[in-house]
Design a protein around this ligand. Structure first.
Ligand SMILES: NC(=O)C1=CN([C@@H]2O[C@H](COP(=O)(O)OP(=O)(O)OC[C@H]3O[C@@H](n4cnc5c(N)ncnc54)[C@H](O)[C@@H]3O)[C@@H](O)[C@H]2O)[C@@H](O)CC1
Ligand SMILES: Nc1ncnc2c1ncn2[C@@H]1O[C@H](COP(=O)(O)OP(=O)(O)O)[C@@H](O)[C@H]1O
Ligand SMILES: [K+]
Length: 504
């Protein structure tokens, strides 16, 4: 469930399956299933024509199969086919002959006409090797200017199915409303540009047996991955049963960031929440008087889960307190300035690598870039690989934030998060996520489950707020903790009653 496969893994499965089938079977199945989806998308509306774009390779072959199937179903179809330089594959040649023999109308250039009821994008799939240029590029730009549903076959043309990056320094890709992806789901449809370019993703296995695909090391982040960690509360419990969280941060001028993290910890069930301020912090927070304020330099963190970084700054005190936190045996969440300080200090890096207790690192792409000594562009170019590299380097759980957040485990497993929306793109939402991660660990959750669940619930909370009209425009970080509380309580209530300590 939710497995994601690299292009190399899909290619292997495709070859193994094709060897056992009559030539062209997989392409015909792809054409049939995509045509059915196209007909569903057309709905009841009679008959503006469907435009099918067929590229030079086998993705184009799929598109030609779709065109033939749609024509056979009585749909008015126009096909633009970009012929390949050499000979097409035998199955593509066969699909071309079939489409030519159908009622589908072929034209050489993108017709100026329309309106189209639907565009089917079969220009390029997983075989795209370089940036799209020339005629195909002009077609993609024209399709992106249309206001109709677009069904991409396998992958939106121009998108890298492994990474979610548009191929090329100045590349273009089709912005689809729907993508039917073949054989197995692909990571690039769910992270970085993937969510914007792929739209709704449907997986068509093409009848390929599960055992033809390798065991996946990457999955969509779904509740079944962290289900066992949800526990109902016993009546016979007290605040000490649910752990202490200490948020370390709040240098001068940045006192709000740790308060947001602390509020998230409080609203997600931590028993006691402290804000340990780097500079002299407030005595208390009028809006959240449950929070206890301490001076970080003198605070004893023993027994607390530490969330270090929100608004922490780079003072000598910040470095000293961070070194102490890294050396201790408390579970630790490292965010924001804590990550920047670690990136700049080989000494702090070795303290992090040497930890025995769990650490969750929550970098955004620029913080990840600093940790690896590269640019944010390099990180975004392969988010999965970047998150895994940081996890391996520091033997830690890594949450690489952004659209399609990656959660990478030190053992190489990874997940891509499907919840959340651009309402989260505002200051402070990352502080809330860090506080939530810390709170779940303080309540006894293993770091893996805490990272997966925190990211999922944080996004789900934002999605619920948007559904209520509180975003995406103008959604504030301060609104998230209450929405997260609702998500968390619902998750616990909906699951089989399991009281006591979380299990994994
Ligand atoms: N062979 C089969 O039986 C099956 C093929 N399938 C489809 O086949 C696709 C993969 O097919 P291919 O390997 O032929 O690859 P694609 O069709 O994705 O693209 C490769 C073709 O595009 C050309 N090309 C690559 N980059 C280009 C660029 N920037 N500008 C212009 N031309 C460029 C190549 O020379 C080649 O002709 C999958 O994505 C899937 O849609 C699936 O239906 C599964 C079954
Ligand atoms: N476009 C988006 N879609 C989904 N999630 C997003 C988007 N933009 C930001 N987020 C999420 O919002 C949070 C932002 O965190 P961060 O960049 O650290 O901000 P800050 O430091 O201001 O709190 C992360 O959880 C990130 O994954
Ligand atoms: K495509």
């Amino acid at each position: 469930m939710g497995a994601l496969f690299s292009v190399a893994e899909i290619r292997q499965a495709e070859q193994a399956a094709a060897a056992q089938l009559a030539p062209g079977t997989l392409m015909q199945r792809a054409g049939q299933v995509a045509a059915r989806i196209a007909i569903d998308l057309l709905g009841e509306t009679p008959a503006p024509p469907v435009l099918v774009l067929a590229g030079p390779g086998n993705n184009g072959g799929d598109a030609l199969e779709v065109a033939a199937n749609l024509a056979q179903a009585g749909v008015d179809v126009t096909v633009v086919h970009l012929a390949c330089v050499g000979d097409p594959s035998a199955e593509t040649a066969h699909a071309l002959a079939k489409a030519r023999a159908s009622t589908a109308e072929f034209t050489d250039a993108l017709p100026a006409g329309g309106p189209w009821a639907l565009v089917v994008d079969g220009l390029f799939g997983i075989g795209l090797a370089r940036p799209v240029q020339g005629e195909a590029r002009a077609m993609i730009e024209a399709v992106n200017a249309l206001d109709c549903p677009v069904l991409a076959l396998d992958v939106p043309s121009g998108l890298d199915a492994d990474s979610g990056a548009v191929i090329g320094p100045d590349g273009v890709a089709v912005r689809a409303t729907h993508t039917v992806t073949f054989i197995g789901n692909k990571p690039g449809l769910h992270t970085f540009g993937g969510r914007d370019y792929a739209g709704e993703v449907l997986v068509a296995r093409l009848g390929i047996a599960e055992d033809m695909l390798p065991g996946a090391s990457v999955h969509l982040n779904e509740p079944h991955l962290f289900d066992l960690a949800f526990v109902a509360r016993l009546h016979d419990s007290h605040k000490g049963s649910f752990g202490d969280v200490a948020v370390v941060g709040g240098a001068r001028g940045m006192a709000g960031a740790p308060i947001l993290a602390a509020k998230a910890a409080l609203f997600s069930g931590a028993g006691r929440v402290y804000v340990a301020s780097i500079d002299h912090g407030p005595a208390y927070d009028n809006a959240q008087p449950e929070l206890m304020f301490r001076d970080a330099a003198n605070h004893n963190f023993d027994g607390s889960t530490i969330v270090a970084g929100p608004g922490m700054g780079d003072s000598a005190t910040a470095i000293r307190v961070l070194a102490r936190a890294l050396d201790g045996d408390s579970p630790l969440v490292l965010d924001a300035d804590a990550l920047n300080l670690i990136a700049a200090s080989p000494d702090l890096q070795s303290r992090l690598s040497a930890r025995h207790a769990s650490s969750i690192l929550t970098p955004h792409p620029l913080e990840a870039a600093r940790l690896l000594g590269v640019t944010a562009g390099v990180i975004q170019g392969d988010r999965l690989e970047a998150a895994r590299e940081i996890a391996a380097r520091f033997d830690a759980y890594v949450v690489l934030k952004g659209s399609g957040t990656i959660i990478a485990m030190p053992d190489g497993e990874a997940a891509i998060n499907p919840t959340g929306n651009p309402g989260l793109a505002s200051a402070g939402t990352g502080d809330v996520l860090a506080g939530l991660c810390g709170s779940l660990m303080a309540q006894g959750w293993p770091a893996r489950d805490a990272a997966l669940a925190a990211v999922w619930m944080h996004g789900e909370a934002a999605d619920r707020l948007v559904a209520q009209g509180a975003g995406p425009i103008g959604l504030t970080a301060g609104e998230l903790p209450e929405a997260i509380r609702a998500v968390l309580n619902r998750m616990v209530a909906e699951r089989p009653k399991r009281a006591g300590q979380p299990q994994s």
